[in-house]
Design a protein around this ligand. Structure first.
Ligand code: ADP
Ligand code: DP6
Ligand code: CO
Length: 359
């Protein structure tokens, strides 16, 4: 008779986050330690998120992972680092109903299977690596009953993808670059929770869901090696902006928030252009969105909407309130009529969404 076996499974859902003060550049590639602090806003998990199921069973003979239904290799250092760090913190697990008893030392021998789905474009500049690695680390920690809190887990998620450390919290989150050589103080902290500034409405304009040509990892490596602007940004510009951004968030000062967010996005893309060879993440449609928002903000006298673009052409638009969001949508629909051949083929809008995916 075949030996009775078991499977223990945990599923987690994690939102993505979009930086308003960008992380771009590492001082340590292996540990993923950044050259500057960064601040992000975590999106509503109902919209852009990763769902990951992790399973462990004595019948699994190797660690395996499927991303969006396709098997991927786990041999890369980043996946191995996350698995190793969580395994090292694994605790005893007992489930009498299912007849499962896993001693602390057993985790070294047991293998895991991982199935992960992103409900938004992967590797298209909407921070799939952030939601993806945060979710993986969180799900593994639950599976193995690790006792670490979210900040401690953020330092592990960071070793999967830097931006992932910020997805362990909701609201506005700061990734403190830290000083320690072993990276132990390079982790995320929540600045304010999602209720603090709940009149903001975030609108994602998907300009292209295609996979980017230069991954964030490769892009920032080239920037660190070749861009003088990056050095200036990390040393002189970001430290001041971080302080100003923290103040703007604390005081719900939308004017300063918008000015800093747009300026930081533009400087990040300027660093990409200052890189050799130059990296073009934004396209003509992205530039048209910027012009549209800039003109509108200028005509209103005070900013109504902030824009920010990660390493891809897709726009993240943060409206001051619902009224500004409604006007913004009208403007976007006017400039990029859905019936035309405009590149802008889908809008994902705040909590009430118009989702028009044309491809
Ligand atoms: P993005 O702008 O989407 O974050 P990156 O170039 O930073 O793009 O990272 C994309 C990579 O992140 C993918 O090629 C994959 O290796 C990893 N990734 C994306 N989604 C997940 C996920 N759900 N689980 C684990 N890793 C993921
Ligand atoms: C432009 O975190 O994707 O989105 O650490 O190499 O995985 P790795 O890079 P990643 O870079 C994100 C860059 C950014 C800005 C940000 O999220 O702060
Ligand atoms: Co990424």
């Amino acid at each position: 008779m075949a030996e009775k076996t078991w499977v223990r499974m945990v599923t987690a859902q994690t939102p993505t986050n979009i930086a308003v003060i960008k992380y771009w550049g590492k001082r340590d590639e292996t540990l993923i330690l950044p050259v500057n602090d960064s601040i992000s806003v975590t999106l509503d998990p109902a919209h852009l998120c990763t769902i990951t199921t992790v399973a462990v069973s004595p019948s699994f003979d190797q660690d395996r992972m499927w991303l969006n239904g396709k098997e991927i290799s786990l041999s890369g250092g980043r996946y191995q680092n996350c698995l190793r760090e969580i395994r090292a913190r694994a605790c005893e697990v007992e489930d009498k109903e299912k007849g499962i008893k896993i001693a602390k030392n057993d985790w070294e021998k047991l293998h895991v299977h991982v199935a992960s789905y992103n409900n938004f474009p992967t590797a298209a500049g909407l921070a799939s690596s952030a939601a993806g690695f945060a979710c993986l680390v969180f799900a593994l920690a639950k599976l193995m009953k690790a006792k670490e809190d979210n900040s401690e887990l953020s330092a592990i998620a960071r070793q999967g993808s830097g931006s992932a450390c910020r997805s362990l919290f909701g609201g506005f989150v700061k990734w403190i670059m830290g000083k320690a050589e072993d990276g132990s103080d390079s982790l995320a902290v929540q600045l304010v929770d999602e209720k603090h500034w709940d009149e903001l409405v975030i609108i994602i304009a998907v300009v292209s869901s295609r996979q980017k040509e230069t991954s964030s990892t490769t892009g920032m490596r080239d920037s660190v090696e070749t861009s003088l602007l990056l050095q200036h940004r990390a040393k002189e510009v970001v430290p001041k902006r971080i302080k100003q951004m923290e103040e703007a968030i604390k005081n719900r000062d939308f004017g300063s928030f918008a000015q800093l967010t747009c300026a930081d996005s533009n400087q990040f893309h300027a660093v990409c252009l200052d890189t050799c060879p130059p990296i073009f993440y934004m396209n003509d449609t992205s530039h048209r969105i910027i012009s549209c928002v800039e003109k509108w903000n200028c005509s209103e006298g005070t900013p109504q909407v902030a824009y920010t673009f990660d390493a891809g052409p897709n726009a993240v638009l943060i409206a001051h309130n619902r009224k500004a969001a409604t006007q913004l949508i009208q403007k976007l629909l006017f400039c990029f009529p859905p019936s035309s051949d405009a590149d802008l083929n889908s809008y994902v809008i705040g909590d009430k969404s118009i989702l028009k995916d044309a491809g």
